[in-house]
Design a protein around this ligand. Structure first.
Ligand code: CA
Length: 260
């Protein structure tokens, strides 16, 4: 749809679209007894729908000086459909598995993982957790300063069932603006663009185990759990050995609005 205003000094274009792509080629998990773990097959649908708006305006038109503005913004939503059940995109790398969920009604790029709930600050907090209540005091004391994960089901153990949707890597919208100026023989064009509302997965953070001898960023060192820093801790306590196996959690999901 195109619209013009004021003898077409301003024009606006609006496009609405909806598109379904059927029979995606993708791997499905098959029994290991076949000798393979996945098989490529055609199923599933992706629906993309969106809105694109662009406008052009001649803000100043004089013999010597002109100023034109060109702006656009687009919104796209996608969702997966017709899947037989939940499945996951392939492993990013070793131990970094099943972090991108493919679920009917959810977009491609849905992040799925554990939800953190602070740290075990003292022995009483560990004992209050039904999973550790009956364990030896040695085990309980080891948990002080460790990350606490939210438990969502009847089983007090933290298992794959305690994962939830924790992020979406799709932008809520993209935009761009171009200002063009001309004065006699001089031209200047100023362009910026950006995306808003998307999450990113910062896999670098997954490498920070707080164990063994390894370089860590200053903010991690400063934010590590200690009895004195418990209220402000953002990372678990430092360990003498590399024994910690972090979970793929909302810790790795960060807001990523950008403008350039
Ligand atoms: Ca559980």
């Amino acid at each position: 749809m195109d619209m013009g205003f004021m003898q077409n000094r301003f024009t606006v274009t609006v496009d609405v679209y909806k598109k379904k792509t059927h029979d995606l080629l993708q791997p499905i998990q098959i029994p290991n007894s076949t000798g393979f773990t996945t098989q490529l097959t055609n199923f599933g649908t992706v629906e993309n729908k969106g809105l694109e708006i662009s406008g052009i305006g001649a803000l100043v038109t004089t013999p010597r000086f002109n100023w034109n503005l060109n702006a656009n913004i687009s919104f796209n939503r996608n969702q997966m459909l017709d899947l037989p059940g939940d499945q996951f995109a392939g492993s990013l790398y070793n131990n970094f598995d099943n972090f991108f969920l493919q679920r009917n009604g959810q977009p491609i790029g849905t992040v799925y993982g554990f939800v953190e709930d602070g740290f075990y600050d003292n022995l009483a907090e560990v004992v209050a957790d039904p999973y550790y209540a009956g364990q030896s005091e040695e085990v309980q004391r080891m948990m002080i300063g460790e990350i606490k994960y939210k438990n969502f089901d009847e089983d007090p153990a933290i298992t794959a069932n305690d994962r939830r949707i924790i992020g979406n890597t799709n932008a809520k919208y993209n935009f761009g603006v171009t200002n063009s100026f001309s004065y006699r023989n001089f031209n200047l064009s100023v362009f910026f663009q950006g995306v808003q509302g998307n999450d990113i997965v910062n896999t670098n953070l997954y490498q920070i185990r707080m164990g063994k001898v390894a370089n860590i960023p200053q903010f991690v060192y400063d934010g590590r759990w200690t009895p004195e820093n418990a209220a402000n801790a953002t990372w678990p306590k430092a360990l003498a050995a590399d024994t910690r196996q972090p979970r793929l959690s909302d810790r790795l999901v960060q807001d990523a609005p950008t403008c350039a």
